[in-house]
Design a protein around this ligand. Structure first.
Ligand code: ISL
Ligand code: CA
Length: 576
């Protein structure tokens, strides 16, 4: 039997206190695609337990587990029909208890996904709500009549003209009661009505139940969408579909802070050691500062979306090239924007985003170099870094051929709409290849074997063919591997206070492709200089401080003022 040492051993100096999450690194597990324990081709909880040694080796402190709750899987588990049951696809409640216990035994916390902007349409709350207009749960969801003077049930008569995140209207007509219900996502994901205090208190009860079970916090799905503009105004219509972006009326709504504060008070007060992070598409720096200001007692941190929107044209599948320096500019904006006001979460990817080495790096000639350079600039900013499964080994986007290779409801709905409006379907598919969510959802590549060591069975979505060389096993013992670079970055956070709390300052590196910044804490300066391009770059000699020492790099020792393609160096200087 292998014994595993807790990752936090000996690090109490930095880990202490209520704000332990400032020095933590979070690892996201997307259960369907992580590891399959029972050989049915779908990842599950026993599979996760079997791979805990990987997490320990990497050195992460927290696992964020994407939904494992009972669900019809219209949106891969983000459509929940029972918040307090485990979907049989993933295992049982006792498997989950075993996961909590096994992670805690090695000093890793478990944060669960909280999806309460909407439920599944198969949740008993919605089944009741739709059963009659006077059902006590009618008002738990958003029910509205068709537009005045129109025939209900026909396209264009929906109560608002908002475009759903997953294409099409955000309202579906329900024959039984002759009204429409709101769903910002798929039709099988009706939005809960947070205006109703019964809804809020049912959610808080459920959250307390999970915390009592031993979990360590929540990642809150689209939590800034829970407060809608009460009048539900129309959006500016698109000339082709007649629908438009209604986010001004459903994101960051008027009661958001009130709800978060109430949740904090009802659920988190009197408990310690928790982590709360809110997913917030469209959040601004100022809004994020309000949510994360410690004295306001809302959330610890939020996921902002600006840097993962830089390559969106008309929409996410109209992919435009990233301007030189755009990523660094955006990161810097958030570093300065939240400094001393709130706290950043740092991420390059998650289960909704393409693979960062393919999107922001060069997954061909400079695969290893760009994956490690991107990891370096992310992990050494101020904030809590999140690693999405497979990112730590540099997994890439997949070569999906036809629409049949995709599995995501977002892609299917978009494709259908594109067909209906006569759009160029080849272009649509190339948009999916670049930015589709399925890129993140191919099985984790553990080994070079058939099915990549993920399963013994044909997986629910194809394994990326590059698993033959790109896999965790190949990287564990290679000191220059992406895995060992990530490991070194995590270790640096554990041993350097400057990395955790040091002030961020961006340096002018001459060329926009070089991202340079310092993190300073009394007595120490950590300096990161990263060439985010395929070309060699020379930097100003003044950028390398006298007496500095290179403590990390992705090419070994740096060569004076010449940076090789995607070279990232980390220099430490003692200033006292
Ligand atoms: O990928 C997106 C759609 O274009 C994102 O905008 C995504 O929908 C948004 O980030 C919200 O994501 C979260 O809620 C969705 C779920 O599908 C995602 O997986 C989840 O992370 C609805 O629950
Ligand atoms: Ca399984």
């Amino acid at each position: 039997m292998t014994t595993i040492q807790p990752t936090t051993d000996g690090l109490s100096a930095i880990q202490e206190g209520n704000e332990w999450w400032k020095s933590a690194v979070v690892y996201q597990v997307y259960p369907r695609s992580f590891a399959d324990g029972n050989g049915d081709g779908i990842g599950d909880i026993q599979g996760i337990i079997s791979r805990i040694p990987h997490l320990v080796k990497l050195g992460v402190d927290v696992v964020w587990l994407s939904p494992v709750y009972r669900s019809p899987h219209a949106d891969a588990g983000y459509d929940i029909s029972d918040y307090q049951a485990i979907d049989p696809l993933f295992g049982t409640m006792s498997d989950l208890d075993q996961l909590i216990e096994s992670l805690h035994a090695v000093g890793i916390k478990l944060v669960m996904d909280l999806v309460v902007n909407h439920t599944s349409d198969e949740h008993p709350w919605f089944i009741e709500s739709r059963s009659s207009r006077d059902n006590p749960k009618r008002d738990w969801y958003w029910w509205r009549d068709a537009r005045p003077g129109t025939e209900p049930g026909v396209v264009g008569t929906e109560p608002t003209n908002w475009e759903s995140f997953f294409s099409g209207p955000t309202w579906s007509y329900d024959e039984t009661t002759g009204q429409y219900y709101l769903h910002l996502f798929a039709a099988k994901q009706p939005d809960l009505n947070w205006e109703n205090p019964e809804v809020r208190h049912a959610v808080y009860d459920m959250m307390r139940w999970w915390l009592d079970r031993g979990i360590d916090g929540f990642r809150m799905d689209v939590i800034n969408l829970i407060s809608k503009h009460p009048e539900l105004p129309d959006a500016v219509p698109d000339p082709v579909t007649g629908r438009g972006d209604g986010s001004a009326y459903y994101a960051n709504g008027p009661r958001l802070h009130e709800y978060l504060k109430e949740m904090n008070c009802e659920v988190f007060e009197g408990r310690s050691g928790l982590l709360t992070v809110g997913e917030m598409p469209g959040v601004t720096v100022d809004e994020a500062a309000l949510v994360t200001a410690p004295e306001r007692e809302e959330l610890n941190m939020v996921f902002q979306f600006e840097h993962v929107g830089l390559d969106h044209g008309r929409d996410k599948f109209d992919v435009i090239p990233l301007a030189n320096g755009a990523l660094a500019d955006n990161f810097s904006k958030w570093q300065y924007g939240l400094a001393g006001r709130g706290w950043n979460s740092l991420y390059l990817s998650n289960h909704d985003q393409p693979r960062p080495v393919s999107r922001f790096g060069n997954d061909k000639e400079y695969w290893r170099e760009s994956a490690t350079a991107l990891g370096t600039i992310l992990h050494l900013q101020q904030g809590t870094p999140y690693i999405y499964q497979g990112e730590e080994i540099g997994m890439t986007n997949s070569a999906f051929q036809s629409i049949h290779d995709f599995r995501d409801v977002e892609a299917f709905n978009y494709y259908e709409q594109a067909q209906a409006t006569g759009a160029d379907l080849d272009e649509v598919l190339s948009g999916f290849r670049a930015n589709g969510r399925d890129n993140a959802r191919t099985p984790v590549q553990w080994t070079g074997e058939r099915y990549a060591g993920f399963s013994t069975h044909q997986p629910w979505i194809d394994v990326n063919a590059n698993h033959e060389w790109l896999n965790a096993n190949n990287q564990y013992d290679d000191p220059g591997s992406v895995f060992n670079h990530y490991r070194a970055l995590i270790k640096l956070r554990k041993t350097s206070r400057a990395v955790v709390t040091g002030d961020f300052e961006r340096l002018d590196a001459g060329d926009a492709s070089v991202f340079a910044f310092t993190r300073t804490e009394v007595g120490t300066e950590i300096r990161v200089i990263a060439n985010l391009s395929d070309n060699p770059m020379s930097i100003d000699p003044g950028l390398i401080p006298h007496g500095s020492q290179q403590i990390l790099g992705n090419y070994g020792d740096h060569q004076g003022t010449q940076l090789r393609p995607w070279e990232a160096i980390v220099l430490e200087t003692h200033t006292q």
